[in-house]
Design a protein around this ligand. Structure first.
Ligand code: CP
Ligand code: NVA
Length: 300
């Protein structure tokens, strides 16, 4: 049987996604209670990082250890991938040795090529187009605070990037409305394929009455040379107290981190009472453990 992969949020139907989020909440409770839960004893996760990471790497590595297994870190600097070994060849070899592979890379096509040659589950740990693992943690965090997200409205502020697209997919799966507050030049190219998403150029209009405001860095990894242009283009979309005042009174604020205070978000918002960013970051651990358990042990 072909392995199940997790390359985008669309790889899960809404029932599977709900089950995974329930399991993530259970695993969080087990972890906080100090209970041992080791369904992945002897199992190994291979992790390929072609871009930097703090949260994703630690969540996967600590997560595998806590589930009784282990993880191996590979980067292009110290593997043959960096010296031009074809992706498909690397995939065939790795999947004969490990139980699942996580990849963080540039072109989304790279994870698709890897997965097509791999008979164990492949997990997208971020590409230029998607960041589905982050959405698991974000949805888990929302549910812990506010319950079901169906029927709610979320505002994505800033760049129409990988995180934005994963939020667009979440809106389709979970049945909520997504506003993208973004300059016209930076909207996701495939926006029309997502009927639950609406582009609103005016930043105040984009957040008016919404239940959750989300943002992310204006120049993602790999776009460093566009930093100055982007800083100017996105300035009106900074999430600050004036922007949050337009949202619902009990609106939450999320950011996948790392954050740049004074750029995409003000210190008053990210360090303020509506921000749930630290819980959101912690939930990367629990959500990814639920994902590993489901993909490797076949339970959720
Ligand atoms: N949010 C996130 O993916 O963080 P890292 O880049 O630190 O993994
Ligand atoms: N959009 C950001 C997310 C970092 C976790 C990036 O791709 O760099």
């Amino acid at each position: 049987m072909a392995a199940r992969h997790f390359l985008t949020l669309a790889d899960l139907d809404s029932t599977e996604l709900e089950a995974l989020l329930r399991r993530a909440a259970e695993l969080r409770a087990l972890h906080h209670a100090g209970s041992l839960h080791e369904p992945l004893r002897g199992r190994v996760l291979g992790m390929i990082f072609e871009k930097s990471s703090t949260r994703t790497r630690v969540a996967f590595e600590a997560g595998m250890a806590q589930l009784g297994g282990s993880a191996i870190f590979l980067s292009p600097r110290d593997s043959q991938l960096g010296r031009g070994e074809p992706i498909e060849d690397t995939a065939r070899v790795l999947c004969s040795m490990v139980d699942a592979v996580m990849i963080r890379t540039f072109a989304h096509e790279n994870v698709e090529r890897f997965a097509s040659a791999c008979r164990v589950p492949v997990i997208n740990g971020l590409t230029d187009d998607h960041h589905p693992c982050q959405l698991l943690a974000d949805l888990q965090t929302w549910q812990a605070h506010r319950g079901a997200i169906t029927g709610r409205t979320v505002a994505w502020m800033g760049d129409g990037n990988n995180m934005c697209r994963s939020w667009m997919q979440a809106a389709e799966r979970m049945g909520f409305q997504l506003h993208i507050g973004c300059p016209a030049d930076y909207i996701p190219a495939d926006l029309d394929a997502y009927p639950a998403t609406r582009h609103i150029i005016d930043p105040e209009e984009a957040v008016k009455g919404v239940d959750l405001v989300v943002t992310d860095v204006w120049a993602s990894m790999g776009m460093e040379e566009e930093q100055a242009t982007r800083l100017a283009a996105f300035r009106p979309y900074q999430v600050n107290e004036a922007i949050m005042a337009e949202a619902a009174d009990d609106a939450l604020f999320m950011h996948c981190l790392p954050a740049h205070r004074g750029e995409e978000v003000s210190a008053a918002v990210i360090d303020g009472p509506q921000s749930v960013v630290w819980e959101e970051a912690e939930n990367r651990l629990h959500a990814q453990k639920a994902l590993l358990e489901w993909l490797i042990a076949g339970t959720a």
